[in-house]
Design a protein around this ligand. Structure first.
Ligand code: C5P
Length: 225
């Protein structure tokens, strides 16, 4: 069969990563976390003394880091100039700066090119998760999903993840505020804002378990094949 291209977009805390990885693993597809790429370029800027609030400085440096994504859903990897960046890209410092960096058009052009090349090279197909995959990166995807959830559900899931990774107990109100601020920045930017594509299937995950969301997406993909 022809490779199948699946775009999964939506705001933070809707279960995009867990869903995308599980679906890709189940169907034998590659997996690409595009948020990790924006986090990686942001981490590079922060560690190379680029002022992330200075859009011109960010644009001038956009082509400098070499960013490589491993697309095995069982073990996705990201390296920057040959260094494993999977840990550092999840820090609060990167999370706080990533929306500003990813709003810079030169950054989006660079990362979008990487994403299209990876998708084109996936032998059986790929699940690509992000914010603008269905609208901009892969407008001809075979299936586009837009995941949503209530702000409370999203903050609770993020809070659970943060605790799970061994940090201090998290303040749910602060998590919720930070998450809503990042989504507002992502949805409000000029270039490729977070938006549901007209032909995307919207799935509200507020009342669904992860297993139910995975099942729903797998069914939608099988219907297309
Ligand atoms: O998904 P994740 O939370 O890791 O994404 C981090 C940030 O990367 C988002 O808040 C957004 O600013 C940016 N991003 C983007 N376009 C994508 C994926 C992520 O602008 N396709």
């Amino acid at each position: 069969p022809a490779p199948v291209i699946v775009a999964i977009d939506g705001p933070s805390g809707t279960g995009k990563s867990s869903t995308s990885r599980a679906v890709a693993a189940k169907l034998g597809l590659s997996y690409l976390d595009t948020g990790a790429q924006y986090r990686a370029i942001t981490w590079w800027m922060l560690t190379h003394d680029v002022d992330v609030r200075d859009a011109e400085a960010v644009a001038a440096a956009a082509d400098r880091p070499e960013i490589l994504s491993g697309t095995d859903p069982a073990e996705p990897t990201i390296t920057v100039d040959g260094t494993d960046a999977s840990g550092p890209i999840r820090t609060q410092e990167v999370t706080g700066a990533v929306s500003a960096v990813s709003a810079v058009p030169a950054v989006r052009t660079r990362i979008t090119e990487l994403q299209r090349a990876i998708a084109a090279g996936a032998p059986t197909g790929i699940v690509v998760e992000g914010r603008d995959i269905g609208t901009t990166v892969l407008p001809d995807a075979d299936l586009k999903i837009f995941l949503t959830a209530s702000p409370e559900a999203r903050a609770a899931r993020r809070g659970g993840e943060l605790k799970g990774s061994g940090g201090r107990p998290v303040d749910l109100d602060a998590t919720r505020e930070a998450l809503l601020r990042r989504d507002a920045a992502d949805a409000g930017r000029k270039t490729s804002p977070l938006r549901k594509a007209d032909d995307a299937v919207e799935v509200d995950t507020t009342e669904l378990t992860l297993e139910q969301v995975i099942e729903c997406v797998v069914t939608l993909i099988e219907e297309k094949q």
